[in-house]
Design a protein around this ligand. Sequence first.
Ligand code: HEM
Length: 303
Amino acid sequence: MHTEAGPKRPTTPVQKGLQAIPLIINVISANFQLNQFSSLTLLEFALDSSVLLLVGGNRGRCVWATPMNNIIAYLFKSSLGKKYIMAVTGCCLFLFVIGHMVGNLQVFLGPEAINRYGHFLQSNPELIWPARIGLLVFVGLHFWSAMQITLENRAARPVAYANSKPVAASYASRTMVMGGLIVVSFIIYHLLHFTFQCKAINLTGQDFVGFTDPNNHHDIFKMIVVGFNQPLVAGFYLLSMGLLCLHLSHGLSSMFQSLGWKNDAYRPIIDCGAKVVATVIFIGYSSIPVAILVFKFGKEALK
Ligand code: HEM
């Protein structure tokens, strides 16, 4: 008698539904050009989270489904959710970096333009305070998710590989945590330097608080020129911009990966695009201290 049991046929509606998931995932991945995992994520969000939340699966295999009625809790608890938090907050911080660079480049238009811009921001607290609070929250969440993911990865592989020589990982990818911490240290210094205008750390002996222009606005132009005429400070900014852009070059391409927008066809374009954007940002920001320190831009403000 033949006793070997064949694959069990689905009997209940729930079993039938679960068996259909691989097919649905294949349809999504074919139509949206996504990989299987991203398709599963998309499906997961599309389903009513209070009814069913899928927590795994690859290549069309559904691992398990668990009920959960709070998508926020899912975001903060699962590895995938933390990756989303890191990607979305990173994207917002990236937009700030672009906006801030464009604002700062107005220094090349002369004192009037950048001082007017600074005065506009300072005199609109309803714009600046939500932006400041948002930035703080994004930095906090970005940092928290990065730490959580790093700790989870370490816990998953407690013993380092015997041959830990990095083969494919780029320098930027291997230094994400350290690079991120240095960027945070730079931001703290930068806030003390230009936002709080703390005299003790600008190394020029001058008090930026007293700089005012003929319109009685804060003279941001003079503050930047005097600030970057100090070689140690300008050098520290250049180093930090370099690390920021290294961090961005890897972070940007990881963001596409985490959001499921990276597949084999787009991967080289995204990776190359991220490097180009990071280089443009580096040139944009660095042009200011370099122009001031090396090419003596704005030297009339020193008198
Ligand atoms: C050459 C490079 C840079 C220059 C000249 C510059 C200039 C300035 C100035 C003048 C302010 C003070 C604005 C004010 O309070 O009136 C400021 C604030 C700030 N900068 Fe920069 N910045 C540079 C690079 C960066 C970078 C790379 C970052 C981030 C990674 C950054 C983040 C910030 C933040 C968070 C603030 C505080 C904004 C606020 O709350 O008012 N800056 N920057």
